[in-house]
Design a protein around this ligand. Structure first.
Ligand code: AMP
Length: 309
């Protein structure tokens, strides 16, 4: 099945306790489409960059089978820039700079060849751009998933709630779930958020794994305990890319398969954090992913078949 990804394609400058980068390629759309390229052959991206964005990166995305007809290049403008600094626990960060640049007046174009996309992943971007893409698709995709962040809750809550009401799956982190619902308990938050529209909710908890909610069912996936988390930037997007890539490739929306997709997303995210930016994600292969999925399976399985005296 074909997957359409919408999301920022960006420059990031990152500071972690392990080091600091100059401007490197990042962006939600970039992380999502690289992660999902391990699962889907037929993949499209909608985004916008400035004339300062390296053509070689676009060529690399094309080489991975990602169609960039919907990636607009505004030669006289600058690419979206985000800078963040992680605290020592690596689970929390401060955004230092958000320069929207080309994203400020982004009007997404949906090329004709994208119209048949059956899975849609709305990565982090202005909620009005996310809903415009849904409106510009002539046929509603079979499944629409969406990610967002506190930045959009702070400045565009009404637009955000409208977009949330249009999607099937919302993927957010625990802090965002609390802000969106006004509830500290994630269980209570999961009920309130699903009343806003999405039937399925995933709450990511960084190094503490992820929760999947659908109807009365809940699934918890651990995060892999890693000796060193080098740079968590893009881990959430990479999770979403692995999750949607796996769903699009299997085309099975049963709860059991959603659980498997969560594990694939978690496995991809565990690679992402091992190096700065997209570096590690670009190095791995399918065997690496399968071996990591096996580690998740053994991490969470145990034998209850023992007699208790
Ligand atoms: P994550 O670590 O999964 O939350 O995603 C980090 C990525 O999101 C970075 O590569 C940033 O370029 C991108 N990003 C940060 N802020 C925004 C924003 N307001 N809109 C869109 N993308 C953003």
């Amino acid at each position: 099945m074909s997957l359409l990804t919408v999301g920022s394609v960006a420059f990031d400058a990152i500071e972690t306790p392990y080091g600091k980068t100059d401007k490197i390629v990042g962006g939600a759309g970039t992380f999502i489409s690289i992660a999902s390229s391990y699962f889907v052959q037929d993949q499209n991206i909608i985004s916008v960059v400035g004339g300062d964005f390296p053509q070689v990166t676009i060529d690399d995305l094309n080489a991975r089978g990602i169609n960039t007809d919907g990636l607009q290049i505004k030669n006289s403008e600058k690419t979206f820039f985000w800078s963040g600094k992680y605290h020592n626990d690596m689970n929390s960060r401060d955004t230092l700079i958000t320069e929207l640049n080309v994203l400020e007046n982004f009007d997404p174009i949906v090329p004709e060849v994208y119209q048949s996309s059956s899975y849609l992943m709305l990565g982090n971007l202005s909620p009005s751009v996310q809903s415009t893409v849904i409106e510009r698709l002539k046929v509603r995709p079979k499944l629409i998933a969406m990610d967002t962040m506190n930045f959009w809750m702070d400045i565009a809550m009404n637009d955000l709630k409208k977009t949330i009401s249009m999607v099937d799956i919302l993927i957010i982190n625990d802090e965002e779930a609390r802000q969106l619902s006004g509830e500290y308990s994630l269980i209570k938050a999961s009920v309130l958020i699903r009343e806003m529209g999405p039937k399925i909710l995933i709450i990511k908890k960084g190094e503490h794994g992820a929760l999947l909610f659908k109807d009365k069912e809940v699934f918890f996936a651990p995060a892999l305990p890693l000796e060193e988390v080098f740079d968590p930037t893009g881990a959430g997007d990479t999770f979403a890319g692995g999750f949607m890539g796996y769903l699009a490739s299997t085309d099975d929306l049963s709860f059991e398969n959603l659980k498997r997709a969560v594990i694939y997303g978690s496995a991809l995210a565990s690679f992402c954090v091992e190096k700065f930016g997209t570096e590690k994600l670009l190095e791995i292969n399918k065997e690496d992913i399968l071996a990591r999925v096996d580690r998740f399976v053994s991490l969470a399985s145990f034998d209850m078949n023992v007699s208790v005296k």
